[in-house]
Design a protein around this ligand. Structure first.
Ligand code: ZN
Ligand code: ZN
Length: 258
């Protein structure tokens, strides 16, 4: 990216801080895996716990949401960027791409430190289960940002209900992980929104079973359901604080590792 492009990306993200909420953070009442709201007496949400047990531990090593999705313009962008049959989607796409590029340039070192990696070798986009015959719009949008990594393409098992909110061991298919520059496969698995994590974790399971050493899920947004009782408790502070460009969900782990 040229310095002019970098400036444009930053300016775009700065404008988004007018409505983006706090950077996802862990703490009491927040799931240590997926950043969803939970009863404060637990550390993981029911979904993350049951998925981990169904997958016998073959789940993502780390989940890093770049933002929260609650409502407003950001939720609107995440909903509309995928539509190809309406006009005006370009601005939605540009904003989401800027968020990812900015995160990649300023915080990917934090993600690597948190995952104990010196680098990623592979990248994989969670495929669309509704239209598996098409490349996912997120992949079209963000592939240039991760073009140095060896890409893994998962196939979709269409026998599984495309709208399922459950983890499925056989949702995605992969013969083998393509050979990268080194023997270990440390995969950045990218998705747009984490709701229950069932699709991303089913994809992580397939990658792990195919031999991936590490799978880190990067999601543009962790969706929060404001109607859920435990979400209501954490929502106030999240809504009240603004997005900090110099911070990320795992930023403190970078500081700890120096
Ligand atoms: Zn969770
Ligand atoms: Zn960071």
């Amino acid at each position: 990216m040229t310095s002019g492009e970098l400036r444009r990306v930053r300016a775009n993200v700065v404008l988004q801080t007018n409505y983006l909420h706090a950077v996802p953070r862990q703490g009491a009442g927040i799931c240590t895996v997926c950043y969803g709201a939970i009863d404060p007496q637990y550390t993981r949400c029911f979904k993350c716990k049951s998925t981990d047990s169904a997958a016998r531990g073959n789940v993502a090593d780390l989940v890093v949401p770049i933002t929260y999705r609650i409502d407003g313009q950001h939720a609107h962008d995440l909903r509309w960027y995928k539509k190809t049959d309406v006009s005006g989607t370009e601005a939605h796409r540009r904003r989401l791409a800027a968020l990812f590029w900015y995160f990649r340039d300023h915080h990917i070192a934090c993600v690597k430190a948190a995952a104990g990696l010196s680098s990623f070798s592979h990248v994989c986009f969670v495929p669309s289960t509704k239209t598996p015959e098409h490349t996912h719009p997120l992949q079209e949008l963000l592939a240039p940002a991760v073009s140095t990594l060896c890409r893994i393409d998962l196939a979709v098992n269409t026998d599984v209900d495309s709208e399922s909110r459950e983890f499925h061991k056989d949702w995605f298919k992969l013969d083998r992980i393509p050979e990268g520059r080194r023997p270990e496969a440390d995969v950045a698995l990218i998705d747009d929104t984490w709701v229950t994590g069932s699709r991303a974790q089913s994809a992580a399971y397939r990658l792990k079973r195919a031999g991936a050493r590490t799978v880190v899920v990067l999601v543009l947004a962790r969706q929060l359901d404001s109607a859920y009782a435990h979400t209501k408790r954490i929502l106030g502070p999240i809504r009240d604080s603004t997005y900090d460009l110099d911070d990320c969900a795992v930023h403190d782990q970078r500081r700890r590792t120096g």
